[in-house]
Design a protein around this ligand. Structure first.
Ligand SMILES: NC(=O)c1ccc[n+]([C@@H]2O[C@H](COP(=O)([O-])OP(=O)(O)OC[C@H]3O[C@@H](n4cnc5c(N)ncnc54)[C@H](OP(=O)(O)O)[C@@H]3O)[C@@H](O)[C@H]2O)c1
Length: 274
């Protein structure tokens, strides 16, 4: 019999389900026969499909998170698979970083996912079954310039996942620290940045061009979706890197043998920084 996720999971929550990776995860889970709750800040724009429940959630808004918590986490379905995927980036030199985006990045990329895990983890432990997937980034290993708060939040999320992996060992609950490289999604289009500032600042402009080049030449989300499916079929917690060969396999391997300063030197050159 074909190994399907349906034999392991029945109810999944995916945050940031409207586009990109999240949309791909939802599609795959529905095809596998799961019932899926998917979030967006504009849930009404998501397509109506069998087995799919669109849910409103803005992780940067306390009231929205509280409503979501009360309705879907305290009192709702017992999720046995939760994918914390929602996210966006902010691209600014740190001295000009918008103050409100410091908490914005931390709320959406770090505190929000941790609060969601806090609500569902206890139930999973009691039932002796469940998987938490926290979508982090390869930026944790290879930092992106001018995205310091993004790097900070994703590094925190990976650190959180790895701690939870230790706590949950032998409980039936697994934790996946999922680290994508560049994938062709709306991520850069949704990036908060100051267009004029980027254009008038050569270093910023060079770094932005490199980010755009990498994202636009990145693979489609199918690769990440297939990688997640394969990971979910295994009974173990894991740190998973996904993306093109160079980013997800070669660079993490070779970087083990290089001093951190050498890696930063390469990255600075890559992004056109002096
Ligand atoms: N694409 C890449 O190369 C890449 C690489 C590494 C990591 N990642 C990570 O992968 C995840 C998905 O990104 P993506 O590439 O698929 O980007 P995307 O296409 O821009 O999708 C982002 C999703 O997050 C949701 N979202 C944005 N801000 C939100 C907020 N304040 N509250 C709740 N939801 C919010 C969006 O939903 P609405 O706009 O409908 O609300 C959307 O569904 C992110 O965590 C990202 O950091 C992506």
């Amino acid at each position: 019999m074909k190994n399907t996720l349906h034999t392991k999971f029945s109810k999944a929550l995916v945050t940031g389900a409207s586009t990109g990776l999240g949309e791909g995860f939802v599609q795959m889970l529905l095809e596998e026969g799961l019932e899926v709750w998917g979030t967006s800040r504009q849930a009404e724009n998501m397509p109506i499909r069998d087995g799919f429940h669109p849910v409103e959630l803005d992780l940067s808004d306390k009231d929205s998170l509280e409503n979501f918590r009360a309705k879907y986490l305290c009192d709702g379905p017992s999720f046995d698979l939760v994918i914390n995927n929602a996210g966006y980036g902010v691209f600014f030199p740190f001295e000009k970083f918008p103050h409100e985006e410091i908490s914005g990045q931390i709320d959406v990329l770090l505190s929000g996912p941790i609060k969601i895990c806090r609500e569902v983890y206890g139930g999973m432990l009691r039932r002796g079954h469940g998987t938490l997937v926290n979508v982090s980034s390869l930026a944790v290993e290879f930092p992106l310039p001018y995205m310091s708060l993004y790097n900070t939040a994703k590094s925190g999320l990976s650190a959180f996942s790895r701690s939870l992996m230790m706590e949950s060992r032998n409980t039936g609950v697994t934790v996946i620290d999922f680290r994508p490289g560049d994938f062709r999604t709306s991520f850069n289009a949704a990036m908060k940045r100051d267009l004029a500032l980027v254009e008038e600042t050569p270093q910023l402009s060079a770094a932005w061009d490199a980010l755009e080049r990498m994202l636009n030449s990145g693979p489609s989300v199918d690769i990440a979706v297939r990688r997640l499916r394969k990971t979910l079929l295994k009974p173990r917690s894991a740190t998973v890197r996904t993306g093109r060969f160079f980013q997800a396999i070669f660079a993490p391997f070779i970087s083990r043998f290089l001093p951190r300063d050498t890696i930063l030197w390469f990255l600075r050159r890559y992004y056109g920084l002096r």
